[in-house]
Design a protein around this ligand. Structure first.
Ligand code: ZN
Length: 127
């Protein structure tokens, strides 16, 4: 059974999408993905690099190290939430709509964690 590339609804073999909306949304998604994938990758790399770096600094200067971890986690979560770009593997398995939704939920979870760390960071600083 063939499924709509966007929402995953069952469709006939001659179609790519179940409706025009799904086609428009898919085109929109891929143009955003193409336009922002480099920016997205760079921010991701910097943030993913900053977390272990923060851990290393943490052992020398605990406040600064913790701040780096907290802020980069928050930025990473915010980027994923704002620009949910799932991997190609996720897209082919889950279809665009579901993959974007799950990526956004992951981004939100990382952002909440990041904000909690920033708040903890500020509280530690004030104490
Ligand atoms: Zn559809």
């Amino acid at each position: 059974m063939k499924r709509c590339d966007y929402c995953g609804k069952e469709i006939s073999y001659n179609d790519m999408y179940c409706c025009q909306d799904c086609q428009i949304n898919t085109v929109k998604f891929y143009s955003i993905k193409e336009k922002f994938s480099i920016v997205f990758s760079v921010i991701n790399c910097v943030c993913l690099f900053a977390v272990p770096l923060g851990l290393i600094i943490f052992s020398i200067m605990d406040y600064l190290g913790f701040s780096i971890i907290a802020i980069s986690t928050a930025i990473l979560g915010f980027t994923v939430l704002l620009l949910p770009l799932p991997t190609d593997g996720m897209i082919s398995k889950l279809k665009v709509k579901k993959a974007v939704k799950i990526t956004r939920i992951i981004g939100l979870a990382i952002l909440i964690l990041g904000i909690a760390l920033v708040i903890a960071d500020i509280i530690i600083y004030l104490i």
